[in-house]
Design a protein around this ligand. Structure first.
Ligand code: ADP
Length: 395
């Protein structure tokens, strides 16, 4: 009965899930929040038992992991029978293009990508180092958010910048959410009952962060996020696509520093900047209450997605299915309807009733005579990491 522990270490958080891989069930899961801050908290869930909650100062990540291991002991026993530990790592750059067994060279390679993801790769590495010390005999695997997109051809990943400069600084489009795009690609093909190599998909990961991928026969050929997750769709707090001259203009006219602009575009823009709320449920409440700014924000949000669908339909040439996933993609039928509105020319015909019906499984929401299938496929990045980990360790 192989078990895999999946770990996602952030700057002030640790998320984890312990899987039993034969039945693909979650034995335990949890979250450590606000590490090193006031109000730190560990929530640990195991089976149907009441969650175990610890509210205490959690000094640092080592302390956080210690608490997690203790929580396992207190709620049913220590972690045993581990086939491997899978770590989510945000940036693999151009070198780390597949799930990779962690050794000293991998650790160095992940560290080398840190300038490309300064907020993410260092804590991801910290998680790897700590669990490696705690489980020296258990293989660790790094699974990269960027890996799935490394099949993009140069015409999709190259920015039109001076080649030497871009190459030297590794400035190119990488794409993110790859684990999710990979997972829903596989699940969508399964749902359609066709080999993944035969279907062309546009996968729409619409969560707090959001990205689109054009997937040809299981291989990503284009995606909306770029050097960083800032490019592409309108997101909860990120602007997405923007004329880069806006940055110079903000600097010169509003006297904002580079760091201020970074903060503005990543944390105070998107739906939060447009509508005053980053959570789409709150935006929906505002729209229902007649808020004009929120209505326009939703319009901008859906229109941006629709433009990408059109672009990626052209990139693919033939489109078999449009796949919605993540918090908004899975739950917000209004967004799905508005994205699909006006796409009849591309062969997309939504079935209104199917679109509104709720259930947690992969499902078709297009009409029977829609040339392009429209699917909702719940994502599960943790399970994908667990499966990739098991594949690498040879389980
Ligand atoms: P993250 O990128 O943080 O993982 P999620 O994938 O959970 O985010 O997506 C967050 C977004 O999904 C929010 O805007 C939220 O409004 C929306 N969302 C999540 N769950 C639901 C739900 N049950 N019903 C409607 N909207 C939801």
């Amino acid at each position: 009965m192989p078990r895999v522990l999946v770990v996602n270490t952030g700057s002030s958080s640790i998320k984890y899930q312990l899987f039993e891989m034969d039945g693909q069930s979650v034995l335990a899961s949890g979250l450590v929040e606000r590490i090193g801050e006031a109000g730190a908290k560990l929530t640990h869930r195991a089976g149907d038992a009441e969650p175990l909650v610890v509210e205490d100062r959690i000094a640092d990540h080592s302390d956080g992991f210690e608490r997690v291991f203790k929580a396992f002991e207190n709620a049913g026993g220590p972690i045993t029978d581990l086939a491997g530990i899978g770590h989510r790592v945000v940036h693999g750059g151009e070198r780390l293009t597949a799930p990779t067994l962690v050794d000293d060279a991998t650790i160095q390679a992940i560290a080398d990508q840190a300038p490309l993801a300064p907020l993410h790769n260092p804590p991801n590495l910290l998680g790897i180092r700590i669990t490696r010390a705690s489980f020296p005999d258990t293989p660790q695997v790094a699974v990269f958010d960027t890996a799935f997109h490394q099949t993009m051809p140069p015409r999709a990943w190259r920015y039109a910048l001076p080649r030497g400069l871009a190459d030297e600084l590794r400035i190119r489009r990488y794409g993110f959410h790859g684990t999710s795009h990979a997972y829903v690609t596989r699940k969508a093909a399964e749902h359609l009952g066709r080999p993944v190599a035969e279907v062309n998909l546009i996968t729409l990961h619409l969560g707090n962060g959001a990205s689109v991928a054009a997937v040809e026969g299981g291989r990503c050929i284009d995606t909306s996020m770029g050097l960083t997750p800032l490019e592409g769709l309108v997101m909860g707090t990120r602007s997405g696509d923007l004329d880069p001259a806006v940055v110079f203009y903000l600097h010169r006219e509003a006297r904002l520093s580079v760091d201020d602009i970074d903060d503005l575009l990543n944390k105070r823009s998107g739906m939060l900047g447009l509508a005053g709320a980053n959570d789409m449920r709150e935006v929906a409440r505002l729209v229902a209450a007649g808020d004009q700014a929120a209505a326009e924000a939703l319009d901008v949000y859906c229109y941006r997605i629709r433009k990408y669908v059109g672009a990626y339909a052209a990139a693919l040439g033939r489109l078999d299915a449009l796949v919605f996933t993540a918090g908004i993609g899975e739950n917000n039928d209004t967004v799905r309807a508005r994205v699909c509105q006006g796409l009849e020319g591309l062969g997309v015909k939504l079935h209104a009733k199917r679109n509104k019906a709720r259930n947690g499984r992969a499902r078709t929401i297009s009409a029977d005579d829609s040339a392009v299938a429209v699917l909702v496929v719940p994502t599960n990045e943790e399970l994908e990491i667990a499966e990739q980990t098991l594949a690498v360790v040879g389980g």
